[in-house]
Design a binder for this molecule. Structure first.
Ligand code: F6P
Length: 323
């Protein structure tokens, strides 16, 4: 391979820049050129490409967001869109791709290889940490730290006013951010889509007056919680506990930005570099990840079809500690 392409796709996550930097510098180490593709698959279709050299990725490791920008491309889901993308790849002389993103990113790269034979390796970039094939995704650690920081601040005011706060954190279909920020933020309750009985358990806990000596409470709600969003859950809760002064706070996109933490920078650097070397070793249609501290390649098919579960031990810990 003489020339590879790199792009970020789907929701951005802190550490994507560190990953792009690692891709460019590892490729340069192997005398391979890198083309940066803007706005993910959409930029591939619209031919938004630029040569990236070692200097172009200097002074970016500390920034959130992505210098390549990102998009969720509906056009790439069509065969016409993919045909245009392939033509642009051919014209640019790109021999392989490093795709940084989540499930949708992997699915796009998988179908692209099957249709046009363009080899690709994925690197897990999403704050949700919901990707199979890696213990942690790039951006998760930063997002959780941001959420925990916000919880600490809300705790101050919840305490002063003796209020019950429902704090909604991101996680479209998964409870990783909720679980980790809930445990680290000392929450009294955590609601995640993976646990069906969580709302009933919370009610039981609040009904058990012998246990409830606290004047205020923090309850973390994952965005994807099956019981509803934080406002709906707070309304329902208020009907049962009319005497509580309840407030809702939705943390939202603040969780997607900011300086990446040490963990995210190291993870992004390791995985960006590994993605390039895997591609150069002839691998394709796989994503890189760290599982039990070891570098691991997982097929796109497994990464897409298998569901990463939250740890039952951590869930149990959250229940013990929130009592
Ligand atoms: O996938 C990351 C994520 O931040 C989810 O937690 C959230 O549901 C979604 O992206 C929001 O996407 P958008 O920024 O496109 O609204």
């Amino acid at each position: 391979m003489n020339r590879i392409g790199v792009f970020t796709s789907g929701g951005d996550s802190p550490g994507m820049n560190a990953c792009i930097r690692a891709v460019v510098r590892t490729a340069a180490f192997h005398q391979v050129e890198v083309i940066g593709i803007k706005r993910g698959y959409q930029g591939l279709i619209e031919n938004e490409m630029t040569l990236l050299n070692v200097k172009d990725v200097g002074n970016i490791i500390q920034y959130g967001g992505t210098i390549l920008k990102t998009a969720r491309s509906a056009e790439f889901l069509t065969s016409e869109g993919r045909q245009k993308a392939f033509q642009n790849i051919k014209n640019a002389g790109i021999d392989g791709l490093v795709c940084i993103g989540g499930n949708g990113t992997y699915a796009g790269a998988d179908v692209f290889y099957k249709e046009y034979g363009v080899p690709s390796i994925g690197a897990p970039g999403t704050i949700d940490n919901d990707l199979f094939g890696t213990d942690y995704t790039i951006g998760f650690d930063t997002a959780v730290n941001t959420a925990m920081d916000a919880i600490d601040k809300i705790r101050d005011t919840a305490d002063s006013h003796n209020r019950v706060f429902f704090i909604e954190v991101m996680g479209r279909d998964s409870g990783f951010i909720a679980l980790y920020s809930g445990i680290s933020g000392g929450a009294e309750g955590i609601l995640v889509p993976e646990i069906m009985s969580d709302y009933d358990d919370l009610i039981k806990q609040f009904n058990d007056k012998s246990k409830r000596k606290k004047d205020f409470s923090i309850i973390i709600v994952a965005e994807g919680e099956t019981e509803g969003n934080a406002f709906e859950i707070a309304d329902k809760f208020k009907k049962q506990f009319t005497h509580f002064d309840i407030r809702v706070s939705v943390l939202g996109h603040i969780q997607r930005g900011g300086k990446p933490t040490v963990n995210d920078r190291i993870l992004a650097s390791t995985l960006g570099s590994a993605a390039v070397e895997s591609l150069l070793n002839g691998e394709t249609s796989q994503c890189v990840g760290i599982v039990n501290q070891e570098l691991k390649l997982t097929s796109f098919q497994d990464a897409i079809n298998q569901h990463k579960k939250i740890s039952q031990n951590m869930w149990r810990l959250s229940q013990i500690l929130s009592a």
